[in-house]
Design a protein around this ligand. Structure first.
Ligand code: 6PG
Length: 239
């Protein structure tokens, strides 16, 4: 266990890490369906989570998930149309959602195409609040998170006001370094999850990972530290 209640499991290669991530996904799904009759999961974008989704779509693993009882949300989205190459939804659909029988009505996409990101964020929050009606925060069964080389997770980037949000579950955030708007879950939403799993691989993440795992640190410079208890799966090699 490290600072902030984070546990770490290290693997030599990303494929082994993705396999461990798939086991965690399958375990969480089985437990959630047994206890509550459904499994709610929020997916992140990026190349590292991509490896997990590709693994989950493989028949020997996909066959062990009750996909018809799975409800898919997203931790964040780029402000682009769903067919855009940068869309997190597109990536998750191409690698996983188009290959497993999750009912379309169970897929909750953030509307990155909306010309008004704040409106899209508020709309997504309304959907979350309706789905998790009566709850103080969205009790997602699992949140899959990546880690940026700058220490961001979801679209919670260093130095952004989104890091300070304590009431809303979803916000729009302008990321100056990217010169782009993002829609993202906030820490109250992410930290309400029953389980959070980070997937981190590649040499370019070593420094951010060390900041994430350090006993002390600053959320404003390493936003991933704003996520409470979490499992961190790491791989030295990205491939
Ligand atoms: C996004 C993601 C983001 C991602 C990390 C890791 O929209 O980009 O949600 O949080 O998971 O940046 O991305 P890589 O695995 O591509 O480095």
């Amino acid at each position: 266990m490290t600072g902030g209640g984070r546990t770490v499991r290290s693997f030599a290669a990303a494929e082994e890490m993705a396999r461990a991530g798939a086991v965690a996904f399958v375990e969480s799904a089985a437990r959630a369906v047994a206890e509550r009759g459904r499994f709610t999961v929020a997916l992140s974008g990026g190349s590292t989570p991509r490896g997990l989704y590709e693994r989950l779509a493989q028949k020997e693993i996909a066959s062990s998930v009750p996909w018809e009882k799975v409800f898919v949300f997203f931790t964040d989205e780029r402000c682009v149309p769903a067919h855009h190459k940068d869309s997190n939804f597109k990536m998750a659909a191409e690698t996983l959602l188009w290959h497993v029988p999750v009912p379309p009505v169970n897929q909750f996409r953030m509307r990155g195409e909306d010309a008004d990101p704040a409106r899209a964020a508020a709309e997504y929050e309304s959907k979350l609040r309706a789905f998790f009606a009566g709850e103080e925060a969205p009790s997602l069964d699992l949140v899959v998170l990546g880690l940026g080389a700058d220490g961001h997770t979801a679209s919670l980037f260093p130095g952004t006001a989104a890091l300070e949000e304590r009431e809303r579950w979803v916000v729009a955030s302008f990321v100056a370094k990217l010169d782009a708007w993002r829609i993202t879950l906030t820490f109250p939403a992410i930290n309400a999850a029953r389980r959070a799993v980070f997937l981190v691989s590649g040499s370019e993440k070593v420094e951010a990972l060390s900041r994430l795992l350090a006993p002390e640190g600053d959320v404003s410079t390493t936003p991933a530290r704003g996520v409470g208890a979490a499992e961190v799966l790491t791989a030295e090699r990205s491939s």
